[in-house]
Design a protein around this ligand. Sequence first.
Ligand code: AQP
Length: 334
Amino acid sequence: MSKKKLVFSGVQPTGNLHLGNYLGALKNFVSLQKEMSCIYCVVDLHAITIFQKPDQLRNSVLETVASFLATGIDPNKSIIFNQSAVSGHAELAWILNCISRIGWLNRMTQFKDKAGSDKEKASVGLYIYPNLMAADILLYKATHVPVGADQKQHLELSRDIAQKFNNDFNCKDFFPLPEPLIPKNISRVMSLRDGTKKMSKSEESDYSRINLKDSADEISKKIKKAKSDSDQIPDNLKDLENKPEALNLINIYSEISKINLDKALNEMSGKEYSFLKKKLADLLINEITPVGKEINKLLSDKGNLEKILEKGKEKANIIAEENLKNIREKVGLI
Ligand code: AQP
């Protein structure tokens, strides 16, 4: 078995990236570049599991690449490309559809959340999305996958699929079992309007999230309007247990100010939420608005972004084709 560590992760081009993507995934993507070879993919095939307007999708792919670069992903160190450009993702996904079990997919909570109450009307693609995610990772024999906590269950499924493939085809260790790398402190950033739901691109209200492209004014307004609590900030976590929105704000504050949660609570205890909100808005403006400006600058040269994708595709395809050759052989495909 190859012992080489390799990182793979993907982001869907389904709209503006937000603070959840930034703290849950992108910051980790950037720091991992120092330690391992990394492949970062704009997963457009995942995006179309829910209908996307074609022009919007094309724009979103480039916006996602711009967001990768603006947060510090370096195309000279990491491979950046879009999923549909490497046909091996779809081919391996089909093979894995035949390995994965219906019972396993039936347990996936993201499908239940995204399909809503009328599951009969959801696309088949949305249902088998986790098999495509397993294909994304296994196509490169990736060993580490930085994701937010919402993707933990899909990662576990990828491991089960890899294990079953290795068993079925009697090739122990052929696919490494990929390990999730989930941020320790803030693994799930919640909506600013409803602390029981994760911050998400597809949530209707823009006030539920901080987008990476938001202006200072928008960030201030959104944090000011964020749901919190009329009591003063307590000095212990227990008292925040039934106040998910307040806890979310403290969590974000502790992450952005790089202090642990206890210290953040210590600093804020006895104060009004308006005090926390003012400090948090200032910190977020400092951290996020330079990223947004850089995204806009990068988007003014779309040709450059397309070139980065083209180069990334070539590099990704070489690894994918080599692995696919071996996979086809194991399965018995001529
Ligand atoms: N709220 C979040 N907190 C922490 N991490 C998050 N991620 C997404 N939302 C949060 C992580 O960001 C990476 C890319 O996610 P994605 O955009 O590919 O898909 P998603 O998880 O479905 O994100 P959204 O915003 O909810 O998109 P839509 O609304 O289009 O479905 C992943 O690592 C994810 O864990």
